[in-house]
Write a protein that binds this ligand. Structure first.
Ligand code: IMP
Length: 422
C-alpha cells in the first residue's frame, strides 16, 4: 500500500505526526516538494523533534528517507538540521537519507531575493518564510538554477553561481540588502555539500526498485492544498504543487504507483502569512493561543485561527483524490460550548460550495455556518475512536459527510499514542 499524505488546508495540519505514525509500516518515506519552509513537529518517545527538510521517517531505524527531485534544498540549512537531529541522538547515514541528484539548490542569494521581493510588495506581501523558496523555484522554471548533480562539476557550478550572484546583486543593491561575494557563496555551499555528498544519488532509480520489490512507500506532503501554486489562494501561496500530483512529479514515481491519499486537516482552520481566510475568528485565535497552541514551527509566528471550513476541505478532497481523512487537534476544541462549521460561502448573494479563483471574490466571501454542540470534555486520554464523546463523533461525522471522504485517523494530542485509528 503506497500512500500520499497531503495537507488539506493552509499547512500546519499536523501531517508530520500522521506521517510518523504511518512510517511504522512503511519502508521508504519521500518528500517530493517544498523546502525548509516546512516545519514538522514530531513528538516521539517523549522527545520533540522539529524537521524542515528531513522526512519524518528519519526518526526510525531501518527506514529509507528520500528528498526527491521536486524539493528545493538549502544545503547549509540541511546540514544544520542534520547536525541538530544527530545531536538529539538520531543517526543520519547515507543508507538512511538519500538526496536526489536532480533536486534544485537554494542559494543564500535566494533568501535575500525573497526578502527583497517581500519588501517591494509592501502591504501586499505574501508573508513568506523567507527561506528563498520562491526565487529558487523561479530559477528552476527559468532554467538558470543549480541542481545537486551540478555541484559535482565544480568548474561549471562556480561559473553558474558567480553569474547568479552578479545578477542578484543588481536587484539587492536597489533595496539596500546584503550584497554577496561569489567566492563566499561558493565556499559556504561547498562546505555544506561535502557533508551531503555521500547522500546524493539517482533516487528515481532507487524508488522504482523499491516499488518493484513491493516495498511500502509513504509520500510526505509539505504545506497544504490552499498553498498550492495552482489550487491555492493565489498569489498567497507557496511556489510548488503541494497537492497529491506533486508527490509523483517530485519523486519520479508514476500515479499508477499510488494506492491511497490521506488528507490531513485540523478540526478547525489555521493559516500563517497573508491572504484570504473567510472563517478566521479572533475569539478562537485568542483562545487557542492562550492554550499555548498554534505558533509556527519554522518562524514561531502566531497562526491565525478560525472555524472549520468545509468549502476548502471539499475542494481539497477533490483535487487530491482523498481516500481517508486524518483530523488532528480535536482536543483543541475540547472546552468550547458551541462549534461552527462553514458549509458554503455566500458571495454577493450567491451560494458557493467550492472556493473561487478570483481574488476579489475571496474578500467578499461570507461563510455560511452550521452550529454544532461542543463536547466540553477532555479527549486527550482517549485511546480509541469509540471512547470519544458522542458530540465529538457527531462533529467528525458531519465533517466527513460535508467533504465526501471517510475519517481514517483522529488526533487528540501531540504524542504518537494520541492518534486514534478509525
Ligand atoms: P514560502 O513558501 O516561504 O514562499 O511562503 C509562501 C506562503 O506559504 C506563506 O504564506 C507562508 O506562510 C506559507 N507557508 C510555507 N510553508 C508553510 C508551512 O510549512 N506551513 C504553513 N504555511 C507555510
Amino acid at each position: 500500500m503506497n500512500t500520499i499524505i497531503v495537507g488539506l488546508q493552509w499547512g500546519d495540519e499536523g501531517k508530520g505526526k500522521v506521517v510518523d505514525y504511518l512510517t511504522e509500516t512503511a519502508d521508504v518515506v519521500i518528500r517530493g516538494q517544498g523546502g525548509n519552509n516546512a516545519g514538522h513537529t514530531v513528538i516521539a518517545n517523549g522527545t520533540k523533534y522539529v524537521l524542515h527538510l528531513l522526512p519524518s521517517g528519519i526518526l526510525w531505524d531501518n527506514k529509507i528517507n528520500v528528498i526527491g527531485n521536486g524539493v528545493v534544498v538549502d544545503p547549509v540549512g540541511l546540514v544544520q538540521e542534520i547536525q541538530r537531529v544527530e545531536g538529539q541522538g538520531v543517526s543520519i547515514t547515507p543508507d538512511k537519507l538519500l538526496i536526489s541528484d536532480r533536486a534544485h539548490i537554494v542559494l543564500p542569494i535566494h533568501k535575500e531575493l525573497d526578502a527583497a521581493r517581500e519588501a517591494a510588495l509592501g502591504d501586499q506581501k505574501i508573508g513568506t518564510t523567507k527561506r528563498g523558496i520562491g526565487p529558487a523555484y523561479a530559477d528552476k522554471i527559468n532554467r538558470c538554477g543549480l541542481r545537486m548533480a551540478d555541484l559535482l562539476d565544480r568548474q561549471f557550478a562556480e561559473a553558474r553561481i558567480t553569474r547568479r550572484v552578479e545578477e542578484a546583486n543588481e536587484i539587492l543593491a536597489k533595496f539596500d540588502l546584503t550584497i554577496f561575494k561569489a567566492e563566499d557563496v561558493i565556499a559556504e555551499v561547498y562546505a555544506a555539500f561535502e557533508r551531503l555528498r555521500p547522500h546524493i544519488s539517482n533516487t528515481i532509480a532507487t524508488l522504482h526498485t523499491s516499488w518493484k520489490d513491493g516495498k511500502t512507500l509513504l509520500f510526505e506532503g509539505a504545506q497544504g492544498t490552499l498553498l498550492d501554486i495552482d489550487f491555492g489562494t493565489f498569489p498567497f501561496v507557496t511556489s510548488s504543487n503541494t497537492t497529491a500530483g506533486g508527490s509523483c512529479t517530485g519523486s519520479g514515481l508514476p500515479p499508477t504507483a499510488i494506492d491511497g491519499v490521506i488528507g490531513v486537516c485540523k478540526a478547525y482552520t489555521t493559516r500563517v502569512g497573508s491572504g484570504p481566510f473567510p472563517t478566521g475568528d479572533e475569539g478562537l485565535s485568542e483562545y487557542l493561543h492562550g492554550l499555548g497552541r498554534e505558533f509556527g514551527a519554522t518562524t514561531g509566528r502566531p497562526r491565525g485561527c478560525g472555524w472549520l471550513d468545509t468549502v476548502l476541505l471539499r475542494f481539497a478532497c477533490m483535487v487530491n483524490g482523498v481516500t481517508g481523512l486524518a483530523v488532528t487537534n480535536v482536543d483543541g476544541l475540547d472546552a468550547y460550548e458551541t462549534l461552527q462549521i462553514c458549509t458554503s460561502y455566500d458571495i454577493d448573494g450567491v451560494i458557493h460550495d467550492l472556493p473561487p479563483a478570483d481574488r476579489s471574490a475571496w474578500d467578499r466571501a461570507v461563510p455560511v455556518y452550521e452550529s454544532l454542540p461542543g463536547w466540553q470534555s477532555d479527549t486527550t486520554a482517549c485511546t480509541s475512536y469509540d471512547q470519544l464523546p458522542e458530540q465529538a463523533k457527531a462533529y467528525l461525522n458531519r465533517l466527513a459527510e460535508l467533504c465526501g471522504a471517510p475519517i481514517a485517523f483522529v488526533g487528540v494530542g501531540p504524542d504518537r499514542a494520541q492518534t486514534l485509528v478509525v
